[in-house]
Design a protein around this ligand. Structure first.
Ligand SMILES: NC(=O)c1ccc[n+]([C@@H]2O[C@H](COP(=O)([O-])OP(=O)(O)OC[C@H]3O[C@@H](n4cnc5c(N)ncnc54)[C@H](OP(=O)(O)O)[C@@H]3O)[C@@H](O)[C@H]2O)c1
Length: 150
């Protein structure tokens, strides 16, 4: 069994946590407002879920999913994520999430922002272009008629 830590437990983080618990994993959820604000989600997910601070979720997880607004990336705790596998779902959308000057200035490519902040973590980009409501759909192989033309 794997423990998955979540930094950010909203649309994407909460959906992935539901799927993880459904697949038999433990999850440790966190957000910016504190563990007490996640009690409803923890109650919904059951005994395989608990709430913690971002630093505690980072320490507890075998894998850590970061799913927060891009503008908040500097608040992701770097020290406990050294050497860890971090799943980066961030998708830069300044109109909805606010601007990040280093991206706008061209200093850091948006997809590399979290890896740049966490140079000692093993950052894997995933889920960043998938609408959260589509995540629970069962993975199936499309029929030839459903495939996009190449
Ligand atoms: N929604 C989608 O379908 C979708 C698809 C692909 C990629 N993404 C990307 O995934 C990321 C999350 O999107 P979302 O739709 O899940 O956002 P969301 O529903 O607004 O959830 C954001 C979560 O991040 C938490 N958070 C904010 N600042 C934080 C901080 N400094 N430390 C820890 N937690 C913090 C929020 O907690 P509080 O409420 O306590 O602040 C909340 O739990 C974004 O970068 C987005 O671009 C989203």
């Amino acid at each position: 069994m794997t423990t998955i830590g979540f930094i950010g437990s909203g649309n994407i983080g909460g959906t992935l946590a539901r799927l993880a618990v459904g697949a038999g994993h433990d999850v440790v959820l966190s957000n910016s407002r504190g563990p007490e604000t996640l009690l409803d989600l923890v109650a919904e997910l059951g005994p395989h879920a608990r709430a913690a601070t971002p630093a505690e979720a980072a320490t507890a997880g075998d894998i850590i999913v970061v799913s927060i607004p891009v503008r908040a990336y500097r608040q992701v705790p770097a020290a406990p994520l050294r050497g860890r596998i971090v799943v980066d779902t961030l998708n830069y959308d300044p109109a909805r999430q606010g601007h990040v000057p280093e991206i706008d200035a061209g200093d850091t490519p948006a997809p590399l922002l979290l890896q740049t902040h966490l140079p000692d973590a093993r950052v894997v980009k995933a889920f960043s272009t998938v609408y959260f409501r589509h995540l629970p759909a069962p993975a199936t192989t499309p029929s030839p008629a459903e495939r996009s033309p190449s």
